[in-house]
Design a protein around this ligand. Structure first.
Ligand SMILES: Cc1cc2nc3c(=O)[nH]c(=O)nc-3n(C[C@H](O)[C@H](O)[C@H](O)COP(=O)(O)O)c2cc1C
Length: 386
């Protein structure tokens, strides 16, 4: 293993961890980058603006926010992937990117229900792209009058987080919460909770092994380093990727000692701390949630993203936290052995496909993550949000 690269990744993860709740609250908060959380739904007029302003709050891998929405004159929305926002090294089949787009679709549907509208969703209206995505649309979304009651999960949109923190491993997930989460299964996807201590221990080992493999593989690690936003100014300028903010990091960045190059130094305290913090965080896990599709097609990826988003909101409503740990699912060759071992541990066999693995438990409150404003993600000749 390339020790240098390995440790850099530790720094990355650790710094990301260090930017939790304390970071944003103690320092000059990146107010503009967080404004979309506050402003969602403020635009008047076209209901599609209300819908998109909520949908951009969806989770996505490395917070890439790969969505572009075209507003057509006939009231339809067409969802595209911004192909420049993919993660070719860690997500060589664009599978995780489609899952993020699925989460966007589900939030759009929930927001439509808040307006009493249905959302007719046609996945991949011009066919499923493969082996990678192309310029064809991801989904056609049409708000339709349907006297739909508001979906109760909509109430939790602003509370939803990916909680990148240690969980209280001594506090088990209650059986009724497990049952409620598993009831999200249906159609093309199964949602399951793993809480059996022996199986949890096996998966925990695999997530840590996978994290180290990604970190030790120079090109996959580089992909994360390139997406770091260091300090408030960088976060405000690019409210996506891996945000490294907070008072300590801000001071180090201003002093010039927190740079991408510095994070590559095995002498840096940050990387050593980061490595340990990540190990401790992954270890502090008492249960996992999985989302598995019946086959490996694109529609299943989109459906998995929709189901994961519902699980994330339902967990929030129950006071539970979720944190995706995706490394062991990734398709670059160095991960093959670990991915196969994970499938075996979870009993997933082809043609079924495991799409999400997330830590589940009781974690601390964390702040929202940055977002590009909805208006920057809309392509149209029609009114845009301010
Ligand atoms: C498909 C997918 C995979 C993800 N994988 C990881 C992961 O491996 N590690 C991690 O810390 N977060 C992961 N995330 C969470 C994103 O980092 C997170 O959604 C993003 O930073 C925005 O933060 P938020 O969910 O709190 O709004 C993943 C999210 C998605 C949708």
């Amino acid at each position: 293993m390339n020790r240098r690269t390995f440790l850099v990744a530790g720094a990355a993860g650790g710094l990301a961890l260090a930017t939790g709740a304390t970071a944003f609250t103690l320092t000059r908060s990146p107010a503009r980058a967080l404004a979309p959380w506050r402003d969602a739904g403020l635009s008047q007029g076209d209901p599609r603006l209300f819908i998109v302003e909520h949908a951009v709050l969806a989770p996505s891998p490395h917070n890439r926010q790969p969505w572009i929405v075209e507003l057509l004159p006939d009231g339809v929305m067409v969802l595209y992937c911004d192909l420049d926002r993919r993660l070719p090294q860690t997500d060589p089949q664009d599978r995780q990117i489609v899952i993020g787009l699925g989460a966007f679709v589900e939030l759009a549907s929930l927001a439509a229900s808040r307006l009493g509208l249905g959302l007719a969703v046609m996945p991949f209206p011009e066919g499923e792209p493969g082996p990678r995505l192309d310029a064809r649309p991801i989904a056609r979304l049409e708000p339709v009058s349907a006297q739909v009651p508001p979906d109760p999960l909509f109430a939790h949109v602003r509370e939803r987080r990916s909680t990148k923190k240690p969980f209280d491993a001594a506090r088990p997930v209650p059986p009724d919460a497990v049952a409620a989460l598993e009831r999200l299964s249906g159609g093309e996807v199964a949602v399951a909770v793993v809480a059996d201590p022996a199986r949890v221990a096996t998966i925990r080992d695999l997530t840590w092994q996978a994290w180290q493999i990604e970190a030790a593989t120079p090109r996959t690690h580089r992909e994360s380093v390139d997406l770091m936003r260091i300090g408030r100014r960088e976060i405000e300028a690019n409210p996506d990727g891996i945000s490294l903010g907070g008072p300590v990091l801000e001071a180090l960045a201003l002093a010039g000692s927190l740079t991408r190059e510095a994070m590559a130094s095995p002498e840096s305290i940050a990387w050593r701390q980061g490595f340990e913090m990540y190990r401790a965080m992954l270890a502090a896990t008492g249960a996992y949630l999985t989302v598995t599709a019946v086959d490996s097609g694109r529609a299943g990826q989109l459906a998995a993203g929709r189901a994961y988003l519902r699980a994330n909101l339902l967990a929030a409503s129950l006071g539970l936290s979720l944190h995706p740990v995706s490394q062991a699912l990734q398709e670059f060759p160095e991960m093959d052995g670990t991915r196969v071992a994970l499938d075996r541990a979870l009993g997933v066999a082809s043609p079924a496909r495991l799409h999400m693995l997330a830590r589940l438990g009781y974690g601390p409150a964390v702040p929202p993550s940055p977002r590009w404003p909805a208006g920057t993600r809309i392509r149209s000749h029609e009114p845009k949000p301010a």
